[in-house]
Design a protein around this ligand. Structure first.
Ligand SMILES: Nc1ncnc2c1ncn2[C@@H]1O[C@H](COP(=O)(O)OP(=O)(O)OP(=O)(O)O)[C@@H](O)[C@H]1O
Ligand SMILES: [Mg+2]
Length: 282
C-alpha cells in the first residue's frame, strides 16, 4: 500500500492575526519502492509537505494516509513513525549519544526490539552507510568528519528499517564525494530493501539521474508531477521559477537553438552522449 496525500493543505498561524498557507490542496500518491524527488524555490512548502508524511505536522485540511493509516489517528502514530523514516536537513546536529553505536541503536531500541535484533540492525545500518563497525562503533560521534557524521545520523534512521525514507536536502553542505556516497547508498538501499525514497533536493543532476518522478512545487501548490524527462522538458517555465536545469538539458537546449533536432527528453549526460554518438554514426 502506498502513501496517499489527499487534498492536503497546511496553514501556519503566527499567534496574532496572520496566517500563511504553506501547502495548498496537494494530492499525490507515493508508491512503494520508488524514488520521488521534490523540488521548488525556497519557501515553496517542501519541508512542510514532507513533515506531514510521518505525522510531525498534521493537515489543516485534507488527509495523509500511510499504508491506509491516517496520520491524525494518535493510536497509529508509532506504527506510522516506524514505517516512515525522516532524515532532516543537517541530521548530524541530532547526534547525541556517547558512541556511534549507541546513537544508531536509539531508534531500534525504542521499537522494543530484542538486544540481539538491535545489535544486528546497528551493524547492518553501519555497513549500509559505509562506516566500518570495528573502526567507528565505539567512537564518539563528535570525533567524526562532516560526511561521516551525516552517514552515522542516516544509519540511525536506516536501523529502524523504514518502508519509506524521507530526506530533506540530505546532501546540503557535502563535497562532491560525500554527495556521491549518499546517493550511491540510497540506490543500494532501494535495491536491497525495496525502501521508497522521498528526497527534497536542489541538485538537478542528482534528481535527473536517480528519481522515478519529480514533484515541482510552486507557492505551496503542485506545478509538475512527472518523470525527470517530462519535467525538465519545461525548461522555460523552470528557469522562470529560478530552477536551473541539469547540464545535459542546457547543452541540448543550446544545440536545439543551433538547429540540431535534439529530443526534449534528454536530461542526463549519458542520454546526451548516447544521442550524439548515434548521430555521429555513418
Ligand atoms: N513553523 C513555521 N511557522 C510559520 N511559518 C512557517 C513555519 N515553517 C515554515 N513557514 C513558512 O511556510 C512557507 C513554506 O516553508 P517551508 O519550510 O515548507 O519551505 P521549503 O520549500 O522547505 O523552503 P526551503 O527550500 O528554504 O527549505 C515559508 O513561507 C515559510 O516561511
Ligand atoms: Mg525546506
Amino acid at each position: 500500500m502506498p502513501i496517499v496525500i489527499d487534498h492536503l493543505s497546511h496553514t501556519y498561524f503566527d499567534g496574532g492575526m496572520g496566517s500563511l498557507s504553506a501547502v495548498e490542496d496537494l494530492s499525490l500518491t507515493i508508491h512503494e519502492g520508488k524514488f520521488l524527488a521534490i523540488m521548488g524555490h525556497t519557501g515553496c512548502g517542501k519541508t512542510t509537505l514532507v513533515q506531514h508524511l510521518n505525522g510531525l505536522l498534521l493537515p489543516s485540511s485534507g488527509r495523509v494516509l500511510v499504508d491506509g493509516l491516517d496520520t491524525t489517528d494518535k493510536k497509529q502514530r508509532s506504527t506510522i513513525r516506524s514505517l516512515v523514516g525522516m532524515v532532516f536537513q543537517y541530521p548530524e546536529y541530532q547526534l547525541f549519544a556517547d558512541t556511534v553505536k549507541e546513537d544508531i541503536a536509539f531508534g531500534p531500541r525504542n521499537m522494543k526490539l530484542s538486544i540481539e535484533e538491535v545489535n544486528l540492525r546497528v551493524s547492518r545500518a553501519m555497513a549500509m552507510v559505509g562506516l566500518s563497525y570495528d573502526s567507528f562503533a565505539d567512537k564518539s560521534p563528535f570525533e567524526l568528519s562532516g560526511g561521516e557524521k551525516r552517514r552515522a545520523a542516516l544509519a540511525g534512521i536506516l536501523a529502524m528499517e523504514p518502508k519509506y525514507l524521507v530526506l530533506d536536502e540530505p546532501m546540503a553542505g557535502l563535497d562532491p564525494q560525500g554527495r556521491r556516497q549518499i546517493l550511491q547508498m540510497l540506490e543500494e538501499l532501494r535495491q536491497s530493501t525495496g525502501c521508497a525514497i522521498i528526497m527534497v533536493s536542489h541538485s538537478m543532476e542528482d534528481v535527473a539521474r536517480h528519481a522515478d518522478r519529480i514533484l515541482v512545487m510552486k507557492a505551496g501548490k503542485q506545478m509538475y508531477l512527472d518523470t525527470p524527462q517530462s519535467v525538465f522538458a519545461h525548461a522555460e517555465e523552470l528557469s522562470k521559477m529560478n530552477l536551473s536545469l541539469p547540464a545535459a538539458c542546457r547543452v541540448a537546449a543550446l544545440l536545439r537553438q543551433k538547429g540540431v533536432d535534439v529530443p526534449l527528453d534528454i536530461c542526463t549526460r549519458e542520454d546526451l552522449e548516447a544521442y550524439l554518438m548515434g548521430r555521429l554514426k555513418p
